[in-house]
Write a protein that binds this ligand. Structure first.
Ligand SMILES: *[C@@H]1O[C@H](CO)[C@@H](O)[C@H](O)[C@H]1NC(C)=O
Ligand SMILES: *[C@@H]1O[C@H](CO)[C@@H](O)[C@H](O)[C@H]1NC(C)=O
Ligand SMILES: *[C@@H]1O[C@H](CO)[C@@H](O)[C@H](O)[C@H]1NC(C)=O
Length: 363
């Protein structure tokens, strides 16, 4: 086995022109890193493909094999009090896969590596207590602390499937601290957050200012804690101020935003149908009418994508037909909510689940 690895190491090393240090076999083995690609373990969990010795050295757990059985699919799970500098580390609650039901503060630290500029957190599982009647995460909260970039929103509720990007800065050695604070035993919390380190100058980096980044011609974007209606509560959170960005695919010129289902947009006042002169418009509101409360921003959005359009959308429907087309690039969805959720809660607003589809250029 060692001999095979050794031979492969030599071949790879010489093919890529790396310097060979003949007196250090471990050094050679570490060259055979299977490029640290992602892999799936026998239990369906994701890990990083490493040489078995490397996985052990870094205190990982082997969850299967990879690279035609030459590698070990290595998982790095850690929890409260932990520190990591490893890619693809997974932050779980202490009793995972069981839940927590007490009062606790759980904190982990992610150290900055020289060539890493961003982190991407994928919430594979995320259940914390719901926000209070003001949309604030006062019972439980998930917080990201970093000394560079904008402050990230404090999260709670149900957020499985969501992701966020965190700026780590170029030069600084500042760590990122993730913390989960939970209060009381009336809720069972569970989380499993995959941490991906994105190298600087890499195509996987999200553009500056984008807390969420989608890279496909079509996908669904939901507000945090989106889910079924809870009577007299707003599901979406207060104090949001972030942007979800969509990578413009080649040969696509416009983007269409539509509700995932008939009622999957209820974000901010007004709550009733609007009367305009002798007409009652069965639409959501736009522009200045959205400035009193919460709204999503889509630049130059209109029903058919022509004309100046509007840039703010709110109410219980997305424009007139639950769909908005925008030709303004880059494609972005700005999300803004204020600190007061009283009326939104009274109207049991859910937030949004929007499907976007990029539209090809018409010549
Ligand atoms: C972390 O892993 C991902 C997925 O395998 C990879 O794309 C990325 O380049 C890795 N980051 C670093 C810093 O190696
Ligand atoms: C919370 O945990 C305690 C101790 O493990 C247990 O006695 C209690 O029944 C749990 N409460 C709920 C609501 O699950
Ligand atoms: C609304 O009023 C305008 C003029 O005052 C009229 O032309 C139009 O037909 C009216 N629309 C409806 C739906 O009654």
């Amino acid at each position: 086995m060692k001999f095979i690895l050794f031979t492969i190491a030599l071949v790879i090393a010489s093919a890529s022109g790396q310097i060979i240090r003949p007196n250090s076999l471990p050094g050679l083995i570490s060259i055979v890193r299977f490029q640290n690609t992602a892999c799936n373990g026998e239990n369906g969990d994701s890990g990083t493909c490493l040489a078995e010795a490397e996985c052990n050295r870094r205190a990982g757990t082997s969850i299967g094999s990879c690279a035609n059985n030459f590698g070990s699919c290595c998982s790095f799970k850690f929890t409260c009090g932990g520190t990591t500098s490893q890619n693809e580390t997974v932050f779980v609650n202490p009793s995972y896969p069981r839940g927590e039901n007490g009062t606790d503060t759980c904190q982990v630290t992610i150290e900055k590596q020289a060539k890493v500029c961003q982190l991407r957190l994928d919430f594979e599982e995320f259940t914390l207590a719901q926000p209070d009647e003001n949309g604030l995460c006062t019972t439980d909260s998930f917080m990201v602390r970093t000394t560079v970039g904008e402050r990230l929103p404090i999260l709670c509720g149900e957020n499985a499937g969501q992701h966020i990007y965190i700026d780590m800065g170029r030069g600084s050695a500042n760590p990122v601290v993730l913390s989960v604070v939970s209060n009381g035993d009336r809720v069972t919390r569970r989380w499993k957050v995959k941490i991906n380190m994105i190298p600087c100058n890499n195509l996987d980096m999200a553009p500056s200012g984008c807390m969420q980044y989608y890279r496909s011609p079509s996908s669904i974007i939901k507000s945090f804690n989106y889910g079924s209606r809870i009577e007299s509560r707003s599901r979406y959170l207060s104090n949001l101020r972030y942007t979800a960005c969509v990578r413009v695919e080649e040969n696509f010129c416009a983007i269409k935003w539509e509700t995932e289902s008939a009622n999957s947009f209820s974000f901010g006042a007004p709550f009733e149908e609007l009367s305009l002169g002798n007409q009652t418009r069965l639409g959501g509101a736009t522009g200045g009418l959205c400035s009193q409360d919460d709204f999503v921003g889509i630049d130059q959005g209109s029903v058919d994508g022509t004309g100046p359009g509007d840039d703010r959308f709110c109410g219980n429907r997305l424009l007139e037909m639950n769909s908005v087309i925008s030709r303004s690039k880059p494609f972005m969805l700005k999300v803004r909510s204020n600190h007061d959720q009283t009326l939104n809660a009274a109207n049991s607003q859910q937030g949004f689940s929007l499907r976007y589809v990029q539209l090809p250029c018409v010549i």
